[in-house]
Write a protein of this length. Structure first.
Length: 255
C-alpha cells in the first residue's frame, strides 16, 4: 500500500543553507500493517509523513500510496489517505458533529453517508457524550478524538498518524490506541509516528528507525530484539541511534 523509493526532501534557508530533512528514504508498508516510524525530534519523521500525504513535494525520489504516485497523482493519493498531524487546529465555535460534517462534505460525501459514518466513528472513539458540544470547551483528548474522526470520515484505506497520543492522559491514549487496532482489524494500512516506545511494542507490526533524515534500521519488533540482543524497543532505539553509548545498568546505577 505504501512504497517509498529514495524519498528526499531538501530545504534551503538563507542562514542555515541547505538542509536535508529526509535523505533517500526507502521502505514498504504492506496492506493491513501498522508501520511504526521512530526517531528523535528533528529526525525527519514529520517531513517524511507530509511527503507521503502530498503536503510537501519531494526534492528527489518518490513514493506510491495505494497505487498512486505522490508527485504525479497527488489528488488520488489525498483521496485515499487520512493524515492526522500533531496540531488539532479545530474551529472552536463548531460542535464536534459540525466539524466532522464539514470535512465529510469537503471529501464529497452526501449528508446521509456523513451522518451514518459520524455515528460509527463517535461510537468507536467514545464521543457520544460530547458530539454535539462546541469544540472550544473540549479537553486535549476530546479534541484529538474529533481530529481523528474528521481525518477518517472518508474511510481512507491508508492512515497516517503523527504522534496521536502526545499530551493525552492514560485513558484518552488507551482509547485512541484501541481505535487504531480496530482500524487494522478492518484492513487499514497505518503509518504511526511516536516517541512512546511501549506504544510501538503494543501496536506495530514493523518498525523503522530514522536519524538525521535516514532510515537506519527496520524490522518487526521481535526481529529487532533478536538482532540487537536487546530487551525492548527503547534499548534498540538507543543502540541504533547512538551505537557507541553503553546500555543503561539494570539497577539504574544504584549499588
Amino acid at each position: 500500500m505504501i512504497e517509498a523509493a529514495g524519498l528526499t526532501k531538501i530545504f534551503r534557508d538563507s542562514k542555515r543553507g541547505e538542509f536535508r530533512a529526509v535523505d533517500a528514504l526507502s521502505f514498504r508498508v504492506e496492506p493491513g500493517c501498522i508501520y511504526g516510524l521512530l526517531g528523535a525530534n528533528g529526525a525527519g519523521k514529520t517531513t517524511a509523513l507530509r511527503l507521503l500525504a502530498t503536503l510537501l513535494k519531494p526534492t528527489a525520489g518518490t513514493a506510491r500510496v495505494a497505487g498512486f504516485d505522490i508527485a504525479a497523482n497527488p489528488e488520488q493519493v489525498r483521496a485515499r489517505v487520512g493524515f492526522l498531524a500533531t496540531s488539532t487546529a479545530l474551529y472552536g465555535r463548531l460542535t464536534a458533529r459540525e466539524t466532522i460534517r464539514y470535512f465529510g462534505r469537503l471529501n464529497g460525501l452526501d449528508d446521509t453517508e456523513i451522518a451514518a459514518r459520524t455515528e460509527r466513528l463517535a461510537a468507536s472513539l467514545d464521543m457520544a457524550g460530547f458530539i454535539d458540544r462546541r469544540v472550544e470547551k473540549f479537553s486535549t483528548g476530546m479534541k484529538q478524538k474529533v481530529s481523528i474522526a474528521r481525518t477518517l470520515i472518508h474511510e481512507p484505506p491508508v492512515m497516517i498518524f503523527d504522534e496521536p497520543t502526545i499530551g493525552l492522559d492514560v485513558m484518552a491514549a488507551r482509547a485512541i490506541l484501541h481505535f487504531i487496532r480496530e482500524c487494522r482489524a478492518r484492513g487499514k494500512t497505518i503509518v504511526y509516528s511516536t516517541h512512546t516506545m511501549n506504544e510501538v511494542e503494543k501496536l506495530c507490526d514493523r518498525v523503522g528507525i530514522m536519524h538525521d533524515g535516514r532510515l537506519l534500521e527496520e524490522g518487526a519488533p521481535a526481529e529487532l530484539r533478536a538482532r540487537h540482543d536487546a530487551p525492548d524497543m527503547e534499548e534498540i532505539f538507543v543502540r541504533v541511534v547512538h551505537p557507541a553509548r553503553p546500555p543503561a545498568p539494570e539497577n539504574g546505577g544504584r549499588p
